[in-house]
Design a protein around this ligand. Structure first.
Ligand SMILES: Nc1ncnc2c1ncn2[C@@H]1O[C@H](COP(=O)(O)OP(=O)(O)OP(=O)(O)O)[C@@H](O)[C@H]1O
Length: 293
């Protein structure tokens, strides 16, 4: 597989009048990876993605997609599938007609019924878009990413409004696309999805990367947390902990396994029960919360 980046962004700047929305942003997306561009509200994710997709011109800096400028639409457009937050299909068209239209617009070839089946709308193929539910419309939006199995796929908040079955279904379809070699760029506010699925994450805040790396790289800078409640008077804890008046205790650690073992051995030796015990690695949520603190 080629190692030439699918997307290269170098010192990208975007301004809206006096407002500097994206500041000297540089990153690349490698072939076959799932890259999640995450961030706080107004961080500049959509502005960045719109530039990569060719809808916006950089104020300065360069963006290359498959080695081309995104402005070179003929070279780039047929190779990328873009699932926007809302695709704006005409409400009068049926699902089948709308999916057919994707083929005409992208100039990719595919079997319309195959695509309708992948997005799980076979029973609604003859239904007008205006009569679809919110979740069904979202699944139709996903057809733009699936049609013709494009090499590069943008998923902008793909699972917003989807029930759990539809989410699982969508992610299974994304897995199939990746097995076929597609590269995926994801934005989402569901951090769990990014944590489970992204190979790498770019975490934006106020126009710049707050952090970039794998989930492990992002989370290892923060401690894991052990929580429990002391239900009876206890001797001194074997670890540094914050204990509230109601007996709820919190231990932060960079060595979860060792410290958890120490704590459980202490509880056992003192015949203590640790109520509501939970222990877990640092989650992406914690990295997010740490941005503004
Ligand atoms: N057309 C525009 N004119 C002026 N300011 C804009 C325009 N588009 C975006 N902005 C501003 O640029 C900043 C970045 O916006 P952008 O939509 O890229 O952020 P985002 O990271 O996608 O945010 P969110 O998670 O809230 O969707 C915001 O402060 C926004 O108000």
């Amino acid at each position: 597989m080629s190692t030439t980046p699918v997307i290269e962004v170098e010192r990208l700047n975007l301004t809206y009048g006096d407002f500097h929305a994206v500041k000297d942003l540089s990153f690349e997306v490698r072939p076959g990876e799932l890259y999640a561009l995450l961030g706080t509200n107004g961080a500049g994710k959509t502005s960045t993605l719109e530039t990569i997709e060719g809808h916006r011109t950089p104020t300065s800096g360069t963006v290359r997609v498959f080695g081309h400028s995104p402005a070179d639409r003929q070279a780039v457009r047929p190779r990328m599938g873009i699932m926007l937050q809302e695709s704006g299909f005409s409400p009068e068209l049926t699902v089948r007609e709308s999916v057919g239209l994707i083929g005409k617009l992208t100039r990719r070839t595919d079997d319309v019924d195959r695509v309708i089946d992948i997005v799980d709308l076979t029973r609604k193929a003859g239904t007008q878009v205006g009569q679809l539910s919110g979740g069904e419309k979202r699944r139709l939006d996903f057809a733009t990413a699936v049609y013709g199995t494009p090499e590069l796929i943008f998923l902008d908040e793909p699972t917003t409004g989807l029930d759990i079955q539809s989410r699982d279904h969508l992610w299974n379809a994304v897995d199939r696309l990746r097995e076929n070699g597609s590269t995926v760029v994801l934005t989402t506010h569901y951090l769990e999805e990014a944590q489970q699925r992204a190979d790498r994450i770019g975490l934006m805040h106020q126009g710049v990367f707050h952090r970039q790396g794998t989930v492990t790289e992002l989370t290892r800078a923060l401690p894991a947390v052990i929580k429990f409640t002391l239900t009876a008077p206890a001797p001194a804890l074997p670890l540094q902990a914050t204990v509230a008046a109601d007996g709820s205790a919190r231990i932060e650690t960079f060595n979860l396994q060792k410290d958890l073992h120490l704590l459980l051995a202490w509880a056992q030796d003192n015949a203590l029960e640790l109520g509501e015990l939970s222990a877990g690695p640092t989650r992406l949520d914690d990295v997010f919360r740490a941005i503004e603190s």
